[in-house]
Design a protein around this ligand. Structure first.
Ligand SMILES: N[C@@H](CCC(=O)N[C@@H](CS)C(=O)NCC(=O)O)C(=O)O
Length: 203
């Protein structure tokens, strides 16, 4: 398998999951906007995972679930009752459909206004703060008194939430202001696999 990633992006969640899974994989750093990468993912976004098929699979949530399901012995996903599977699907849908998009205006303000001056772009970035605060507060509630996002144990949701919550380090209110998220983030930072991915993805 080969993971296409860019530094700091949500694709690092898939990299962490590959480490946790003990998968046989390689990585390639890409520029998502490049013509070359658009031949791999026409949407021009990371992550993408080459699993040896006719095309690479895309979408972080789908890739994370693929990694979990192909390495069931590591229990990075969920099995069990319909209610348990639903609860996990709900958490992943929150991360991919609410948490991640809350940051889009912050990172790409030019997509949310026809104005091009810096003051207008900064206004869009600032407008994103309230939504980011709401999803961070929700994540704080999901974590509760433990150190994991789902079911009190390590899952792909931890990897996904971790890389995205790190983005708040660029905001006035960082993850450190949310007590449960802070405990979770600090536990993740102690994880050797996470440390390896953060170090290697910067290189
Ligand atoms: N729906 C996609 C979104 C992926 C996404 O937004 N990736 C970002 C990095 S975190 C990206 O590649 N952005 C480049 C761009 O939008 O130009 C997924 O969940 O994988």
């Amino acid at each position: 398998m080969k993971l296409y990633y860019s530094p700091g992006s949500c694709s690092l969640a898939c990299w962490i999951a590959l480490e946790w899974a003990g998968a046989d994989y390689t990585v390639e750093k890409v520029d998502p906007k490049s013509d070359e990468y658009r031949r791999i993912n026409p949407l021009g976004m990371v992550p993408a995972l080459d699993i040896g098929g006719p095309r690479a699979i895309t979408q972080a949530d789908a890739i994370l679930q693929y990694i979990a399901e192909t390495h069931p012995q590591r229990r990075l996903g969920v099995d069990g009752s319909a209610e348990q599977r639903f609860a996990f699907a709900e958490t992943l849908a929150f991360l991919t459909g609410d948490f991640h998009p809350a940051f889009w205006p912050f990172f790409s303000p030019q997509r949310y206004t026809t104005r091009e001056d810096e003051a207008s772009l900064e206004a869009v970035r600032t407008a994103a703060h309230a939504r980011i605060d709401r999803v961070m507060t929700h994540l704080d509630g999901l974590i509760g008194s433990g150190e994991h996002v789902h079911d009190g144990r390590r899952t792909i949701a931890d990897a996904y939430a971790f890389v995205m919550a790190r983005w708040t380090e660029r905001l006035p209110k960082t993850w450190r202001a949310y007590a449960n998220v802070a405990r979770f983030m600090e536990a993740m930072q102690r994880d050797p696999a996470v440390g390896k991915v953060l170090a290697q993805s910067k290189a």
